[in-house]
Ligand binder design. Structure first.
Ligand SMILES: Nc1nc2c(c(=O)[nH]1)N[C@H]1C(S)=C(S)[C@@H](COP(=O)(O)O)O[C@H]1N2
Ligand SMILES: [Mo]
Length: 265
């Protein structure tokens, strides 16, 4: 056999061996994949989420909470850039607003077993804040808006959240002892959002009653709505009826329909 022929035979043999090996390897991968998938779908928990995915979600949540507690600020803009967003979403706004009958019920306030009741006059006594930030809807549009109202952190400093330990709340030096969450809902509970406490106390989170220098209109959430620029529009609940400080993660209208519970962006 000539050397040339020998070497080409070798090459052919090698290719055969190699391809047999890769066939086996491919088989291992495919079998592994099938077994893996079967294993994966056997891991479903009571909530219907596969736990490897759930772990990924939990990881995202950890990232999200870390991110927001760092006090990252959303961009602000000159007032001249502000406009009126399109009214979007009217869950919980079906009934005509009873402006005189409206009041805010606040539950889980430190030192109060029963909910406390506030009027718009009470809320307007708190320090007034204005900011120009972007409202981003998860559906893909956004609008820069000039908002006016009360920082949620000023509201919480006046109506202190209950603590995990039960001792006196200290927002500045013991924020980790505060209730973990804030729940907000429309009167009648048709629309509701859950917020982690660090996001609620973020310096740009606003209990808002003015838009572009005018009192908030009904379709934009009069008399009081949330503006939380580090999160998508779905968390900007309009026509707030109750605020509740709680250690249980609150239900969230859009999280129940498949969106991320944190919905930061
Ligand atoms: N009560 C209530 N608040 C709501 C909604 C809703 O359906 N009901 N939709 C949300 C969504 S998806 C968006 S994008 C913003 C839009 O705010 P705007 O109507 O002032 O533009 O409101 C949020 N707040
Ligand atoms: Mo939205």
């Amino acid at each position: 056999m000539s050397d040339k022929k020998k070497s080409s035979l070798d090459a052919e043999q090698q290719i055969r061996i190699l391809s047999r090996r890769s066939f086996i390897q491919a088989g291992v991968v495919v079998t592994g994949g099938v077994l893996g998938w079967q294993w994966l779908i056997a891991q479903e928990d009571n909530n219907g989420t596969l736990w490897p995915f759930r772990r990924a979600l939990a990881f995202n949540e950890k990232l999200a909470s870390k991110y927001y507690s760092n006090g990252r600020l959303a961009p602000t803009f000159p007032r001249a850039m502000a406009g009126v967003p399109r009214p979007n979403g009217n869950d919980g706004l079906d009934a005509e607003l009873d402006a005189d009958g409206w009041n805010l019920s606040v539950e889980g306030v430190y030192g109060h077993v029963e909910p406390i009741t506030l009027t718009m006059a009470d809320i307007k006594k708190l320090p007034h804040t204005e900011m120009v930030t972007e409202l981003k809807c998860i559906e893909g549009w956004s609008q820069i808006v000039h908002w006016g109202g009360v920082k949620f952190s000023d509201f919480a400093a006046k109506h202190l959240p209950m603590t995990r330990s039960g001792s006196q709340p200290d927002i500045q030096s013991k924020p980790d002892d505060l209730a973990e969450y804030v729940a907000m809902a429309t009167p009648g509970d048709e629309y509701y959002v859950g917020l982690d406490m660090p996001s609620a106390l973020h310096p740009q989170t606003l209990l808002c009653y003015e838009m572009n220098g005018e009192p908030l209109s009904e379709d934009h959430g009069a008399p009081l709505r949330l503006v939380i620029p580090v999160k998508y529009g779905i968390k900007h609940i309009k026509r707030i009826g109750t605020i509740r400080f709680t250690n249980q993660r609150p239900p969230d209208f859009w999280a129940e329909r498949g969106y991320d519970w944190y919905s930061g962006h």
